[in-house]
Design a protein around this ligand. Structure first.
Ligand code: GLP
Length: 261
């Protein structure tokens, strides 16, 4: 079962998630972090940024792999995940840019880009901690409903809902790309620890389906139930549809001190 941590604010969620990253880096300064984009991981990145700026955390040896990328955005487009990761993660967290990878979403050689990314991941020794957000339709990475639990990094077609959800980052909905390249559900399940974040009422249904619903490719996030080490950090609004919320609070309040997050 996933460890579900319900906190009272998005800010505290960022701190709890930052503790998980900090503990990993203390053990392994050159750990491999799986990086998510979207608005959800921002509080985590800001919490890490504050710790780095205060001198209490050095992430300069950390390695990173982004979950996904749009296909076909012009090079350097400010909404490409390569740009977002550089702006939101690499620069503020003072990571080594040459150690941070994003799937190659350029149209040329796109058919081999998935396999190339998988090879890079393997060469790095795999992901130690994968940060995940959750789409309102239950997607993780850009694995839309129906994605195989065995899937590896590949090109996918975005659903209309995801394109609408992400239109807020673009000047017009038509500008949101139709295709993306994403780590597969199978790729995500190979990470040694999953850290799923979700905030707000809009994620409540997808979160309950992912954490407590039946295992189904129709809710790609439900694949986390197959993983032995999952930490889910959510606010009260996102937790509002969880049937076992009281138990999760009780388990967190009574967590044995020897048990690391
Ligand atoms: C996006 C990203 C996902 C992200 C999810 C939720 O489309 N590809 O990695 O987790 O959808 O986005 P947000 O955090 O902005 O709600």
């Amino acid at each position: 079962m996933a460890e579900v941590v319900i906190v009272d604010s998005v800010g505290s969620a960022g701190e709890v998630a930052a503790d998980v990253v900090q503990r990993l880096v203390a053990e392994r300064p050159d750990a491999v972090l799986g990086l998510a984009t979207g608005s959800t991981p921002v509080p985590l990145y800001r919490a890490l940024e504050r710790r780095v700026a205060a001198g209490g955390l050095d992430l300069s040896r950390l390695r990173g792999f982004a979950l996904d990328e749009y296909v076909g955005l012009p090079e350097g487009h400010e909404q490409s995940y390569a740009s977002v990761i550089r702006r939101e993660v690499v620069e503020p967290l003072r990571l080594d840019a040459s150690a941070v990878h994003v799937p190659d979403g350029r149209p040329q050689d796109i058919e081999t880009a998935g396999a190339r990314y998988e090879a890079q991941l393997e060469e790095a020794g795999g992901i130690d901690l994968q940060i995940l957000g959750l789409g309102t339709d239950g997607h993780i990475g850009f694995n839309e409903p129906g994605s195989s639990f065995a899937s590896l990094t590949r090109v996918k077609t975005l659903t209309e809902q995801t394109r609408r959800d992400n239109a807020r980052f673009f000047t017009s909905p038509r500008e949101v790309p139709m295709h993306c390249i994403t780590q597969g559900v199978g790729t995500i399940l190979r990470a040694r620890h999953l850290l799923l974040l979700a905030f707000g009422e809009g994620k409540a249904e997808a979160l309950a389906a992912a954490v407590e619903g039946p295992l189904t490719a129709s809710v790609p996030g439900s694949a986390i139930q197959l993983h032995a080490r999952v930490t889910v950090v959510v606010d009260e609004a996102a937790a509002s549809r969880l049937a076992r919320a009281d138990y999760y609070r009780y388990a967190w309040a009574n967590k044995p001190s020897w048990q690391a997050v």
